[in-house]
Design a protein around this ligand. Structure first.
Ligand code: GTP
Ligand code: MG
Length: 343
């Protein structure tokens, strides 16, 4: 499936139906009175986060969303039907912005969450509505109100519990493939991964979502390589797994390169809890492991875990460390939501 995380969409809600001017006309009934019905309401344009989607690719093919108009009122007090709403199904984690791309309209973080993006126009009142004691035969009805149109931008920020970051070729995708059912492309050249991938990992009976994003290189924040545009997908992670290729020249330098890109990107990425792991241990001698570990510890300020995504060595320890931090973050959040103020 193709991946798309930004889309521009034109939406229009339905017009309200016109009110109707009509009078009751029946044999032997004089002055039957007004009986023009009201117009129906125009449909809304509503975005809804749904399960099972993780790209906005559908919005490349359909960029116009129009809700139905309300029907006009009719005689004999018949009201016009309301126009049907239209639903835009989006993946969980989609943010909706005004056309400027900066004003946030909605942030759909849970399955089933909805946002009305354009309200349908109200239907007009029919003349039956304007009957008063002094005006018993009003000849007036309201027109329906027009719907609203606007251009909006959708931006997907995948929601994963943990995000894997590192230089190209660090073995990020290999690790994701080893711990989940995801099947990312793996190859020994940089920028094999061109867009984020999600997988569900499990350890000790607990599951969490892990995101693999394209590698970062020095200058990514200035657009080098694939740039830092995919870092948005780890913005909402609770923890980062920073993989450093142990077969590289200097693990400490590699670590710092990625750190400075995270800092340049901002959005709190540099402040996130981070697990540091020296990868590809299977291809290293004890000597090399020691050397790289020392460099990495000096750069990161803490001892790295030592793993191999290829053989699985050290992987359970990494997963446990991630789960522990995810669990802590969840516990720290929950009380805040649950505490109620009691008088
Ligand atoms: N020996 C060894 N090789 C590995 C290990 N993990 C990955 N590799 C190899 O390193 C190369 C890059 O692996 P990927 O998983 O594609 O690396 P990546 O970090 O996803 O790379 P990009 O997507 O380009 O950023 C591949 O040739 C892998 O086979 C490991 O644990 N040990
Ligand atoms: Mg990759």
């Amino acid at each position: 499936m193709k991946f798309l995380d930004e889309a521009k969409v034109y939406i229009r809600s339905g017009d309200g139906g016109n009110g109707c001017v009509s009078f009751r006309r029946e044999k032997f009934i004089e002055f039957g009175g007004p009986n023009g019905g009201d117009g129906g309401r125009g449909g809304d344009v509503i975005a809804e986060a749904v399960d099972g989607l993780n790209t906005l690719i559908d919005y490349r093919y359909q960029q116009h969303f129009k809700a139905r108009n309300g029907r006009a009122g009719m005689g004999k007090d018949r009201h016009g039907a309301d126009g049907e709403d239209i639903f835009m199904k989006v993946p969980v984690g989609t943010q909706i912005y005004e056309e400027d791309g900066e004003t946030l309209l909605a942030d759909l973080g849970h399955v089933g969450e909805r946002a009305v993006l354009a309200k349908g126009g109200n239907g007009g009142f029919g003349n039956a509505h304007f009957k008063t004691s002094t005006n018993r035969a009003p000849r007036r009805a309201n027109p329906g109100q027009p719907g609203n149109e606007r251009t909006i931008r959708l931006r997907l920020k995948l929601i994963a519990d943990a995000g894997i970051v590192g230089l190209p070729n660090a073995g990020k995708s290999t690790l994701l493939a080893a711990v989940s059912a995801a099947k990312p492309k793996i190859a020994d050249y940089p920028f094999t991964t061109l867009h984020p991938q999600l997988g569900v990992a499990s350890i000790d009976g607990r599951e969490f979502v892990l995101a693999d994003i394209p590698g970062l290189i020095e200058g990514a924040h200035e657009g080098l390589g694939l740039g830092d545009r995919f870092l948005g997908h780890v913005e909402r992670c609770r923890v980062l797994l920073h993989l450093v290729d142990g077969t590289g020249d200097h693990a400490g330098k590699a670590y710092k390169t990625v750190r400075s890109e995270l800092e340049a990107y901002g959005e709190g990425l540099a402040e996130k809890p981070e697990i540091v792991a020296l990868n590809k241990a299977d291809a290293l001698s004890q000597e090399q492991i020691k050397e790289q570990t020392v460099r990495l510890r000096r750069a990161a300020g803490k001892a790295p875990l030592v793993v191999s995504g290829a053989t699985g060595e050290g992987v359970p320890e990494v997963l446990r460390a991630l789960v522990r931090i995810i669990g802590e973050a969840q516990r720290a959040e929950r009380p805040r939501a649950a505490v109620g103020w009691e008088p």
